[in-house]
Design a binder for this molecule. Sequence first.
Ligand code: SAM
Length: 271
Amino acid sequence: MAELNIPRAHSNSWYDYLASIQQGYFYPWKSTIGDKNGEQAFLTLLGERLTPESEVLEVGCGHGELSLDHAAYCKHILAYDRVQSYIDLANETKATRQITNVDFICYDATDPGHDEMALPVEENSIDLIFCRRGPMHWIQDVSRVCRDGAFIIALSPMEEPIPAWSSKLPHKMHYENSGRHTGSGSIHQSVENRLHQAGLTLHSGWSFDVPEVFADPVELYRMVTWGLPAAEIPTFEDIKYKFDSIYQKYAETDGIVLRHCRFLWQAKIHH
Ligand SMILES: C[S@@+](CC[C@H](N)C(=O)[O-])C[C@H]1O[C@@H](n2cnc3c(N)ncnc32)[C@H](O)[C@@H]1O
């Protein structure tokens, strides 16, 4: 098969390119996600776990939206991400909103320059670690940094079926190459394995699978081309005819329906 010549979705180079074309980490498309989805459930769980005394760590915070939105409900949050421009943006918003109990640092815990993977906090100092759609490297160091009884909660994108129409598009635009695709392995199993290797067990895990509707072909184009270098892909106008025929053949009443799948999980630390 021909060389794809595009960064692997969610690799460091993919994030670095994404950070150069959009201000902060967000999904640039408009769609309608079914109710009772994993994103809503994660925010509810996070809200329930925070107390005014909580010392909190956020992993892979992007441009800091979650930490800033939850600062009022806890004592302090340290949030880190390896992309400097996300941290700069987070600090700008923090200043505008005059929030004083959140600190952002640019840090890559998996940097080969570090001898061992280490979270950027003192041992026995954290009551809650959270991570939304982020990496999983941090799990191996949570026992060291967490206090007895601390919780870790995370929302992981879960494997989604590859839509039948994907193969009608050019190879680079196949669903499997998009930032949305999580790979074919079981995320539930990966989480369990990581926890096991860190001497931890899953406290609770919930799978969510709801519809996500793309009413407009332009938005579907945005989704499948997200994070791809513009020079590598056709413009929407160039490829509109393909999207039109995909909508004709595969759309339901409201548009193209994808699955929106998430695995929400938590673990409790016992010393
Ligand atoms: C899918 S984004 C999610 C961002 C944010 N949590 C949100 O929900 O909007 C994953 C984030 O993890 C960061 N990340 C990935 N690997 C990392 C690492 N080794 N150290 C620090 N941050 C990392 C990326 O830069 C990116 O901002």
